[in-house]
Ligand binder design. Structure first.
Ligand SMILES: Nc1nc2c(c(=O)[nH]1)N[C@H]1C(S)=C(S)[C@@H](COP(=O)(O)O)O[C@H]1N2
Ligand SMILES: [Mo]
Length: 166
């Protein structure tokens, strides 16, 4: 978003060449996506597939890591676009079965990302990976609240795109 780094632009150019190279995971599946998507069943993603999505960066402090860190990852908006989904609400589940609902609008208006890398390195499960929701906490004071901390789910393994209900 506003915090895109030049290196991310280079990555984007490279990745646009490699896009769609892999529609099926060749390596370990780290994320499954189900629900209101165009595919009949859940879609599996490995890290390589997640990195074919446009990459965004946030540099911020947060309550779960000491010091200032740069987080890099993908947006729910691009993920849903890739999966042909018009969902506006995600149900996100962690390895420990913690679950939270995140409005897709948080990824535009509140600048959230699904971070897969911290300071350029893939996030291990021990380091709250493989995927963690990060908000630009330093940029906007109102994000430092229980509401957004509760949505800051780490060790993500599954995303369900909720169907739009009347
Ligand atoms: N994977 C996972 N993410 C999670 C949680 C959890 O239990 N598991 N708790 C959430 C809630 S409700 C809040 S307020 C913060 C709590 O972080 P803390 O336990 O470090 O205070 O993380 C959020 N992310
Ligand atoms: Mo919480």
């Amino acid at each position: 978003m506003r915090l895109l780094f030049p290196s991310v632009f280079l990555c984007l150019i490279f990745m646009s060449i490699a896009t769609h190279a892999s529609e099926m995971p060749n390596n370990k599946t780290i994320l499954t996506v189900s629900g209101a998507i165009s595919a009949e069943r859940q879609v599996k993603f490995d890290m390589t597939m997640l990195q074919t999505l446009p990459q965004y960066s946030i540099t911020t402090h947060n309550p779960w890591a000491k010091g200032l860190h740069t987080y890099q990852g993908f947006s729910a908006i691009d993920l849903l676009k890739r999966l042909g989904s018009q969902s506006t609400l995600l149900q996100v589940t962690a390895l420990n079965d913690y679950m939270t609902e995140i409005p897709v609008s948080d990824f535009a208006e509140n600048g959230a990302i699904f971070a897969t890398h911290q300071d350029g390195k893939p996030m291990s499960v021990r380091n709250l990976g493989p995927i963690m929701v990060i908000y630009p906490f330093d940029e906007r004071k109102e994000l430092k609240s229980e509401l957004f901390y509760g949505r800051s789910i780490w060790q993500i393994r599954h995303i369900k795109a909720m169907a739009i209900t009347e």
